[in-house]
Design a protein around this ligand. Structure first.
Ligand code: SAH
Length: 329
């Protein structure tokens, strides 16, 4: 008998509601959806369910991430600095969402290809591209619908590859582990590797799930966005056979300011909008091992915590891994 333990927690430990126990007889971690709904009920993209399909997250994303032009300074400096130091010119953003990172990089002069599995999210990127089509960088901006499991096919072959591949904003943890042996997760990582040119970079991040699993709550501080509107993140952890298999975050966004601007805003009747996203909880050591298995041994692997070297930060909210593949000699 497989057992699933579901533990919902608020961002601040003292707010913790009662834990709930649920049991079920399915054998794999795929049972998550049968224990409680982790995803929207929208049309799945080919090969995976699109958690963003109901458009709810996409609609409030702009509020969630705050002013597009004021990405956290640390993030912009870190990303743009790293890409420039490594002479990167072509960038593949594999989780472009509404296009926020891609737009920042286009404005900084990079040649960007952006993909995402969610048409609801891509719609916003396509709209920005259309609105700014008279700017050369935007006219040349390539946007495609693609799933990490079939990435190279969806891109029409990785061809010569990219100087840098980005999977940022806690996106990668969206890849679930339906078989319990990380088969899909490893496949997605191999597909990313295939898109990186020799001497190029993969930048991939995840929340500090060690912290989330050990303490049961998620710090609402976000290193990527400047949004003032996040009020809480309610954290639930699903254990299958004693192993944490899924973390569900219910984001509470204060949209009252936005509603005041337009009274007929269709987002919600309330001033707090809520959307739910679920993640595979990557522990740092296990994720390091998976990356090392994916890339050849000569690949340089550097890890940052909230964009700082790991020895300069205690208990970061996010880990950012940079894989630098060896150049062809
Ligand atoms: N990087 C953006 C988007 C983050 S949201 C930002 O920081 O704002 C995460 C995105 O990952 C979503 O748009 C979701 O559709 C995408 N995603 C999740 N799983 C995916 C998959 N298997 N293939 C392609 N995109 C995926």
């Amino acid at each position: 008998m497989a057992a699933a333990l579901y533990l919902p927690r608020h961002a601040t430990p003292r707010q913790s509601p009662a834990a709930r126990l649920a049991s079920h007889s399915a054998a794999s971690s795929d049972m998550a959806d049968s224990v409680f709904h982790t995803r929207t009920q929208g049309t799945p993209a080919e090969g995976l369910r699109d958690q963003y399909a109901d458009g709810k997250a996409a609609r409030v994303w702009e509020v969630f991430i705050g002013d597009k032009n004021s990405r956290t300074r640390h993030y912009r400096n870190f990303l743009v600095g790293l890409l420039r130091r490594n002479n990167c010119r072509t960038v593949l953003d594999v989780a472009c969402g509404t296009g926020i990172d891609s737009i920042m990089l286009l404005e900084e002069g990079f040649k960007v290809t952006s993909v995402d599995a969610s048409d609801k999210m891509l719609k916003h990127a396509l709209k920005s591209r259309w609105e700014r089509r008279r700017e050369k960088a935007f006219d040349e901006w390539v946007i495609e619908e693609a799933n990490w499991l079939t990435l190279t096919e969806d891109l029409g072959g990785a061809a010569d590859g990219f100087d840098a591949v980005l999977c940022l904003g806690n996106s990668f943890a969206h890849m679930p582990d339906p078989t319990g042996d990380q088969h899909d997760i490893r496949l997605a990582l191999r597909n990313f590797r295939q898109c990186v040119k020799p001497g190029g970079l993969l930048l991939i991040d995840h929340r500090n799930y060690d912290h989330i699993l050990d303490l049961g709550y998620t710090p609402s501080k976000c290193i990527y966005y400047n949004s003032q509107h996040m009020t809480d993140i309610v954290t639930s952890v699903l254990y299958v056979n004693g192993r944490p298999s899924l973390v569900t975050l219910d984001y509470m966004i204060d949209i009252s300011e936005r509603r005041d601007k337009s009274a007929d805003d269709p987002i919600s009747e309330d001033s707090i909008s809520q959307f739910r996203l679920s993640y595979y909880p990557h522990r740092l050591e296990a994720f390091k091992d998976m990356l090392r298995e994916t890339f050849c041994p000569l690949t340089r692997h550097t890890i940052y915590g909230d964009f700082k070297p790991l020895d300069e930060i205690e208990d970061p909210a996010f880990y950012i891994h940079v894989m630098q593949t060896p150049r062809l000699s």
